[in-house]
Every structure is written in structure tokens, then in C-alpha cells.
Design a binder for this molecule. Structure first.
Ligand SMILES: [Zn+2]
Ligand SMILES: [Zn+2]
Length: 163
């Protein structure tokens, strides 16, 4: 995801619009999570004394599996982007993303932002009941009627003791 920055590079305070609709930097930024369709980026890039500051928004559809019921989860991530980029020659030990010459590649910055904003656990709904531990039925859809009689083996010894 590369932008020609030659127009603002030589002018302190100059800015340009960044607009992008298309392929995400990575289709699967995280195991089990797929970026669905195109991503939409819109922002402004400003030259602050040679540091290029990106201020913008990113929308990305995300498809994953519910960790309780394994059903499909679809979400739209809406991210606020605030990142600084610096010429690789001046990068040194900074935390900023480097760019080379007159081309700014924001792929890595975007991907990092996407990963940071993915939920730790994907859930189809906060009320998801998950799967029955006995029959595997989806408890959101069926009432399987199984009774959970699994006894902790340590407790089993204890219950014999009391008999
Ligand atoms: Zn679920
Ligand atoms: Zn069941």
C-alpha cells in the first residue's frame, strides 16, 4: 500500500489526502481471523519537519469463529489511525515506521493497527451459550437435554468417602 509523497516531502507543513479502497495488507492478520473484502482508508498525511504524520480512519470487515460455539462471527473494525513515519536514514532508534525515498508504504503500520484492534476472543454474542460438552449441540439453537454429570475425579474420591 504505497503512496507517492514527493509533493509534500520538501515542504514543511504541507499535507496530502490518503484515500484507499482495496486489498488489506494481510488477508489473515491473525490465525483464524480473515479480513473480509476490501478495506477503506481515508486520512491526511502531514509533513512536520520531515516526520510524516498520518491522521485517519480505517474500516475493515473481519470474519472469524466464535470461541464458544464455533459459529461465524462478522464484525466491522473501525480504527482511528495516528502514526508517524520517518525517513529510514533518520530512523535510528525511534519507534516510528521508516520510509524510503519518495514512496511511503503504510502496509506494516496498517497491519499492526488491525492486529492491535482485533478482540482477544471472538464471540458471536455476549450471550452465546456455546456447545454442550456432552453431545456437542449448539446450545444457542437446541436444548439437547443433556445433564452435566461429569464429576471432577478428585471429588469422586471424596464422595465415596462420605458414603
Ligand atoms: Zn457463539
Ligand atoms: Zn447435549
Amino acid at each position: 500500500m504505497k503512496f507517492d509523497i514527493s509533493n509534500i516531502l520538501m515542504n514543511n507543513g504541507a499535507s496530502m489526502k490518503l484515500e484507499y479502497v482495496g486489498e488489506p495488507p494481510e488477508r489473515e492478520p491473525e490465525k483464524g481471523c480473515i479480513i473480509d473484502g476490501d478495506i477503506t482508508l481515508s486520512g491526511t498525511l502531514t509533513n512536520n519537519n520531515g516526520i510524516l504524520s498520518l491522521d485517519g480512519h480505517l474500516d475493515a470487515g473481519c470474519k472469524s469463529e466464535c470461541y464458544r460455539c464455533l459459529g461465524e462471527v462478522r464484525k466491522v473494525l473501525r480504527l482511528t489511525l495516528k502514526e508517524d513515519f520517518i525517513n529510514s536514514a533518520d530512523a535510528g532508534e525511534t519507534e516510528m515506521y521508516p520510509f524510503e525515498g519518495k514512496i511511503l508504504d503504510i502496509s506494516r503500520a496498517l497491519n499492526d493497527n488491525i492486529i492491535l484492534n482485533l478482540p482477544m476472543k471472538h464471540l458471536c454474542s455476549d450471550q452465546c451459550k456455546g456447545l454442550c460438552s456432552k453431545c456437542g449441540g449448539n446450545l444457542n439453537e437446541v436444548q439437547c437435554g443433556c445433564i452435566d454429570d461429569s464429576i471432577d475425579p478428585r471429588m469422586e474420591g471424596l464422595s465415596k468417602f462420605f458414603e
